[in-house]
Design a protein around this ligand. Structure first.
Ligand code: NAP
Length: 250
């Protein structure tokens, strides 16, 4: 039995890493998937894989930090598939690694725009459509970096902590309207972003930080998103779901 039959899902950052894995999984579970990304190559490849597997998907290019483009991606979803049941605010950037004194102002603005303002914009413009339909689900990708400090990641950590708090606030604002709002806090997940952050450091060094003894996979996060998107999580709202191999439990 497919868990997302007749659902329409919009997934940002769907051209890579966690977003791609979630797009493929949601499509296998019966959802029609709107894959949003900044650059077309990755997003179009995700759509190609979904269609090759017999699923339904559409690529929409958008910079999720721009209000007009967020409004357009939601309008295109509703024009194409008639509704929007699941919004996964997942696109993100890591920004530079620098202590706060050396953190460039322009990079601060960019990280906050893509990692936090974009989540606000997604919620702001998806919720009116969900209210019209009688409900919906919003999931955002925060991070364990929004729960514990990582020196050098001031903007990223502040943005992800902001996503967790925005999740709680908006969940309470719409709990009575059948709109559930949750976020996922991944630990280190093997994606192009993590490869960039790990740089030339041997992978064993990062793995040693993970109590469970391995890095996470994009599918580890996709399955958490599937639970939160499906009706199986109908009592869950306003919560950060930590999927980190035990990292913050120490
Ligand atoms: P990824 O492989 O780099 O994928 C992120 C995707 O988002 C890329 O396709 C990227 O496009 C896209 N994107 C970036 N800025 C965008 C914008 N302004 N508008 C639209 N799309 C944009 O990274 P990932 O690891 O899957 O990350 C997904 C989410 O998980 C992020 O929010 C990240 O912060 C979070 N996260 C990741 C980890 C980890 O260890 N990987 C841990 C905790 C949280 P381009 O490649 O063209 O820039």
């Amino acid at each position: 039995m497919e868990r997302l039959t007749n659902k329409v899902a919009l997934i940002t950052g769907g051209g890579s890493g966690i977003g791609r894995a979630t797009s493929l999984l949601f499509a296998r579970e019966g959802a029609k998937v709107v894959v949003v990304d900044y650059a077309p190559e990755g997003g179009e490849e995700t759509v190609r894989r979904i269609r090759a597997d017999g699923g339904a998907a559409l690529f929409v290019r958008a910079d999720v930090s721009k209000s007009a483009e967020v409004q357009q991606m939601i309008a295109t979803t509703v024009d194409t598939y008639g509704r929007l049941d699941i919004l996964f605010n997942n696109a993100g950037i890591e920004g530079p690694s620098a202590k706060i004194v050396n953190y460039p102002e322009a990079e601060w603005e960019r990280v906050i725009a893509v990692d936090l303002t974009a989540v606000y914009l997604g919620m702001k413009y998806a919720i009116p459509q969900m209210l019209k339909q009688g409900g919906g689900v919003i999931i955002s990708t925060a991070s364990v970096a929004g729960m514990v400090g990582f020196p050098g990641s001031g903007a990223y950590g502040a943005a992800k902590a902001g996503v967790i708090q925005l999740t709680r606030t908006v969940a309470l604002e719409y709990a009575s309207k059948n709109i559930r709002v949750n976020c996922i806090c991944p630990g280190v997940i093997r994606t192009p972003m993590a490869q960039r952050v790990m740089g030339d450091r041997p992978e064993e060094v990062t793995v040693r930080m993970e109590p469970i003894g391995r890095l996470g996979t994009p599918e580890d996060i996709a399955y958490a998103a599937l639970f939160l998107a499906s009706d199986e999580s109908s009592f869950a709202t306003g919560a950060p779901f930590i999927i980190d191999g035990g990292y913050v439990a120490r």
